[in-house]
Ligand binder design. Structure first.
Ligand SMILES: CC(C)(COP(=O)(O)OP(=O)(O)OC[C@H]1O[C@@H](n2cnc3c(N)ncnc32)[C@H](O)[C@@H]1OP(=O)(O)O)[C@@H](O)C(=O)NCCC(=O)NCCS
Length: 243
């Protein structure tokens, strides 16, 4: 059974939806964590018992197997430090100089649209957020996605895709009309993003035009959208830093 197919939310870790499939309702709570922990334990015991003269390569769970043992949760107030550290590891310090950052700085993510992936030890191994923006002056409301990042040692294990699919599904469920992002079309194309409808839109700073991508969640939302994308999110209050 594919553990990546199960998503849970919040501290209660209630299963809320299957990712690409089925059977979430049949799965008892806690099973994801137990199975995932077993994978970690296998790796730990094998590492402790291995002697340098013996080849143990085949008995270790692969990165891909470990990466599959994750859950997606709503980001919590206590996740800030671990998330920032993950972003530094995954993207480096230059991440703060991106044009997208201008649309995020001093704002809070769109209500209910910040997620983390956690491994069996409860460590944050992936993150994605969506932000409220408007498309040009007096233009339609939309979301800006980013950053999306996965623990470097766990890349290509499906965590990024799971975060993307969950973020898109939740944005649609909450009634949003479109998601924009600046990123690589060869990656984001698989989720339906393209630059086809962003030619008349611009980021508020330097960016590569062909990397401004969009996904319509409501047909026609991007019709006639033009101008510079503007921040529209709730402003951060001083108290938000106290938690
Ligand atoms: C991009 C990122 C989030 C993808 O997460 P992930 O968990 O590794 O992704 P998935 O496992 O869902 O998908 C992996 C597949 O996407 C491909 N892929 C990853 N990044 C890609 C890119 N920039 N362009 C094209 N393909 C890409 C991988 O080659 C892999 O292909 P495969 O399935 O054929 O082996 C992750 O690599 C990461 O954190 N990168 C550093 C931060 C970053 O660049 N974020 C995006 C900012 S725009």
């Amino acid at each position: 059974m594919d553990m990546a197919n199960f998503i849970v939310e919040g501290a209660a870790r209630r299963v809320i939806s299957p990712l690409e499939g089925e059977m979430a309702a049949q799965r008892p709570e806690g099973v994801v964590a137990r199975e995932a922990q077993a994978l970690y334990n296998t790796r730990k015991v094998a590492a402790a018992e291995a002697s340098p003269s013996v080849a143990f390569g085949d008995i270790f769970p692969s990165r891909r197997e470990i990466a599959r043992a994750f859950v997606i949760l709503a980001e919590g107030a206590g996740d800030m430090q671990a998330r920032e550290a993950l972003l530094d590891r995954a993207m480096g310090p230059m991440r703060r100089r991106k044009s997208s950052e201008k649309l995020r700085r001093g704002r809070r993510p769109s209500e209910g649209l910040a997620f983390v992936a956690r491994d069996p030890s409860d460590e944050i191994v992936g993150t994605v957020r969506l932000w409220d923006v408007t498309l040009g002056e007096n233009g339609p409301a939309a979301l800006l996605l980013g950053p999306l990042a996965v623990e470097p040692g766990l890349k290509s294990g499906g965590i990024g895709s799971a975060l993307m699919r969950h973020a898109i599904a939740e944005a649609a469920r909450l009634g949003h009309g479109a998601i924009l992002l600046v990123g690589d079309a060869p990656y984001y194309g698989r989720f339906g993003f393209s630059a086809d409808r962003t030619g008349s839109l611009a980021m508020p700073g330097p960016y590569e035009r062909h990397r401004l991508l969009a996904l319509e969640l409501k047909d026609g939302l991007l019709d006639g959208a033009k101008g510079t994308i503007r921040a529209a999110g709730r402003k951060v209050k001083a108290l938000d830093f106290v938690a």
